[in-house]
Design a protein around this ligand. Structure first.
Ligand SMILES: Cc1cc2nc3c(=O)[nH]c(=O)nc-3n(C[C@H](O)[C@H](O)[C@H](O)COP(=O)(O)OP(=O)(O)OC[C@H]3O[C@@H](n4cnc5c(N)ncnc54)[C@H](O)[C@@H]3O)c2cc1C
Ligand SMILES: NC(=O)c1ccc[n+]([C@@H]2O[C@H](COP(=O)([O-])OP(=O)(O)OC[C@H]3O[C@@H](n4cnc5c(N)ncnc54)[C@H](OP(=O)(O)O)[C@@H]3O)[C@@H](O)[C@H]2O)c1
Length: 280
C-alpha cells in the first residue's frame, strides 16, 4: 500500500510569476532516501475536487542533502489553470502538502556497462525548462560523491530568468577550473529559444532550443562537439534528456544517424546511449 506522508513548505523562491523553487521538509523531520533523477509525488486538496490531487515532480536537490527536498515548478496556466500548480502557487511557507515516496527509474545515473565494466563515458544532460530539475540533482550528487567523469549540462529556456540553476551550475564549472578537470570535470551551457524578445536582450550565449547543441554545423561538428573538443560517439558519451517530447524527439533526430539508441530500445546485448523522461 502507498503511504501518504505530510510535509511543510519551508521555502518558496519565485523566479517569476509562474516559475518557482519550493523546498519541503517532511513533518517527521526525515528526508526520504532517493536517487538522483527520481521524482516525488505531491498531493494537495483542491477546492471543488473530491479527491486529493497528486502530481509527480522531479527532485532538484541531491540525495546527500538531508535537510529538504527541492523542486522547480511551473504554474501551468493554459488552457485552464492547472489544479495542483495553482494550489501550490497560492500556498505560503508553512503550509502543508502530502507526499508519496520518491520513485522513478528512467533517469537513474548509469554506473555499469552491460559487460559489468564501469560506465566511464562522458555524461551529457539535456534539460528543457523545468526538465533541468533532475540534472541539478545529478550535478550536486556527482560532486558530493567525487565522481571523476566528464559532465556537461545543457539547459534550454525561453527566457533568461528561467535558467533556474544558472548560479549552481556556473559555480560548479568554476570549481572545475580551480581544482583541475582531472578532479572535477563539469561544464554548463544554456540556450535561449526566444532571443529576439526584448527581455532576452542581454543574452550572448547559444540561441535556439536546447537540442540544437547537438545539431551538426554545415559538414562539421555540433556546438556540443566544439565544446568537448571531439566527435561524440556512443563509446565516449551517454545522454540524459528531460523535457517536452519535442525536445527528446529533436535530440534523437540528431543522435540516431550516429547510431545512438535509447534505453527503452536497447540492443540485444543490453547496450544503449540515451536515457530520457518526457513531460506529460
Ligand atoms: C515524472 C514527472 C516529473 C515531473 N516533474 C515536474 C517538475 O519537475 N516540474 C514541473 O513543473 N512539472 C513536473 N511534472 C509535471 C507535473 O506532474 C504536472 O503534470 C504539472 O505540474 C501540471 O499539474 P496541474 O495539476 O497543475 O495541472 P492539471 O490540472 O493536471 O492540468 C494539466 C493540463 O491540462 C489542462 N487542463 C486541465 N483541465 C482541463 C480541461 N478541463 N480542459 C482543457 N484543458 C484542461 C491544463 O490547462 C494543463 O495544461 C512532472 C511530471 C512527471 C510525469
Ligand atoms: N519529467 C516531466 O515529466 C516534467 C518535468 C518538468 C516539467 N514538466 C511539465 O512540462 C510543462 C512545461 O514545462 P516548462 O514550463 O518547463 O517548459 P517551457 O519553459 O515552456 O519550455 C522550455 C523550453 O522547451 C521549448 N519547447 C516548448 N515546447 C516545445 C516542444 N513541443 N518541443 C521542443 N521544445 C519545446 C521552449 O521553447 P520555445 O521558447 O520555443 O517555446 C523552451 O526553450 C509543464 O506543464 C510542467 O509541469 C514535466
Amino acid at each position: 500500500m502507498v503511504t501518504e506522508n505530510k510535509a511543510t513548505i519551508t521555502y518558496v523562491q519565485l523566479l517569476k510569476e509562474d516559475l518557482g523553487i519550493f523546498r519541503l521538509v517532511p513533518n517527521d523531520g526525515e528526508v526520504p532516501e532517493y536517487k538522483a533523477g527520481q521524482f516525488i509525488t505531491l498531493g494537495m486538496r483542491v477546492p471543488g475536487e473530491k479527491n486529493v490531487i497528486r502530481r509527480a515532480y522531479s527532485i532538484a536537490s541531491h540525495p546527500e542533502n538531508r535537510r529538504y527536498i527541492e523542486l522547480v515548478i511551473r504554474w501551468v496556466r493554459k488552457p485552464v489553470p492547472g489544479r495542483l500548480t495553482t494550489q501550490l502557487f497560492n500556498a505560503r511557507e508553512g503550509d502543508e502538502v502530502t507526499w508519496i515516496r520518491p520513485t522513478g527509474a528512467a533517469l537513474l545515473i548509469n554506473d555499469r556497462l552491460p559487460d559489468g565494466r564501469r560506465d566511464e563515458r562522458r555524461i551529457v544532460c539535456v534539460g528543457g525548462g523545468t526538465g533541468i530539475a533532475p540534472f541539478a540533482s545529478f550535478a550536486s550528487h556527482l560532486h558530493a560523491v567525487g565522481d571523476r567523469r566528464e559532465i556537461v549540462v545543457l539547459h534550454g529556456a525561453s527566457y533568461v530568468d528561467e535558467l533556474s540553476y544558472k548560479s549552481l551550475f556556473t559555480d560548479l564549472e568554476y570549481e572545475s577550473l580551480d581544482r583541475g578537470r582531472d578532479r572535477w570535470n563539469f561544464t554548463y551551457r544554456a540556450a535561449i529559444s526566444r532571443p529576439q524578445e526584448w527581455f532576452n536582450r542581454s543574452w550572448g550565449g547559444h540561441t535556439g532550443r536546447v537540442e540544437t547543441f547537438l545539431r551538426p554545423a554545415d559538414g562539421g561538428r555540433s556546438p556540443l562537439e566544439e565544446l568537448v573538443g571531439e566527435k561524440i560517439t556512443g563509446e565516449n558519451t551517454i545522454f540524459y534528456i528531460c523535457g517536452w517530447q519535442g525536445t527528446i524527439d529533436g535530440a534523437m533526430d540528431y543522435l540516431r544517424p550516429s547510431g545512438f539508441v535509447t534505453q527503452r530500445e536497447k540492443r540485444p546485448d543490453g547496450s544503449f546511449e540515451v536515457k530520457f523522461e518526457s513531460y506529460g
